[in-house]
Ligand binder design. Sequence first.
Ligand SMILES: [Zn+2]
Length: 466
Amino acid sequence: MPYSGELANKASHFDIVKNPDVADFLQACDYLTIPSDKEGEKIAEHFLKVPPLFNIAMPGSIIAFDGSRHESSINDRLPSTKVGYIKVSSILIKLEEFDALKVGHYVDPFKVAKLQDNTTSLTITVPSANIRWQGKETVRDGFRSAVDQYFYGEKTRFKADDPNTSLRTTLFHLAHRRPGSMGTISPNFLKINKCPACGTGPVEVENKPDQQRCPHCQAEIYPTDSLRLWEEISDYQSNLTVITRLMLVVEHLMSMHYIRYLADNDALDTLSQTAFFLDGPLSIFGPSAWLHLAIMRFLAQINARLAKKNLQQLLIMGLQKTGQVYDHVQLIDRYVEPNHIFPITDEYRYQYIFAGRDPAGNGFGFETYYGQDFIYKTNSGRTFILGLPYPFATKLPAGIDFIQAKVDVRRYKELPRVLALINHFETDLYENAVVPIALANKYTAISLVPGGRVLDILTRKGLGYR
Ligand SMILES: [Zn+2]
């Protein structure tokens, strides 16, 4: 996703606020205001000074992920007939190679661009409004089938001839770890909450190549139906929301996919020496949100295996370049001193970032987040918003107050390594972005102009339009 905070049209924003009806309306609303100097100084008191980061062993490799998506009409005269594209890139950067390009804090952009040789991109095409794929009866059924084929297909496999290295098998490994009755005893099975055709559920499916059918109505069902993305698919409207959700799910699953592959192929050593950079918060929204709990348990189990071998724990971070926390940071940045960090507490978030409280009372992100957000200002004055996986296997750890524990920096044993990595990769080249994410972004972006245009043309060609 683009990472310079694109401001919407400022002029129209002021016109609306000046309108007397709107001004009256705002009188009755609670919303966030820009902090005064006094408030800013109070806010800065929440930040902790980072202790010196000496002799930190850095990982040898970094894998960064980024996704991009686009929904396009297939013809100007058929504007409501649409196809969706998703592209998710992973870029591998060896620290040694990167360091060879560095001169002090300066990085040669042309040399950095050469790192793209280690980029892999996956492109998924899905049917959207008014497109029936492979003779399926509805857009929804075509979408379901396309997603499953993609997850199972050779492109997502580490070894083309081994379906157990597919993204779909990784989904089985995660889904089987779901807490409660939706979990399964073995990763050969997973449960779908309900059959998309008859609504009966849950339905269990096996990790096998054959087409599986609902035991109640005999309709075709797919393991990836468990992601529940199909629930929001519309036959006649834009499906950009679902396409975006799918992109985000794939981004998060891809990192788990690498982790699973390395862990299951006797490469725990390599795994402990690899850092994973994701774009955005460590959370999964929408009907696939259940994945976040499966991911927490999965990561905790991998960490336990690493610990048993006296290896370093997993290094995963999500870097945010847009959103409410990002907007907030723009307002308070000048009050925060360099070399300070703050794990955003729920209290702070509801006071300064969101105008409202989580009605469930379980704390922020209870249904969606698998990681904690931190605001970190480096020694050189660049501010990053990063998410680190919660150091727990569950949101309800026995005898622990999760809301307090998740913001206890002492529990994040990998924090010094993470901060050292950010310091290492921050550069003047990209504003408040670290090199791996910026690169992944660069090689993923389907910009609306001109890249998206190219895709528009490609779609038309593919469907026989000119
Ligand atoms: Zn059924």
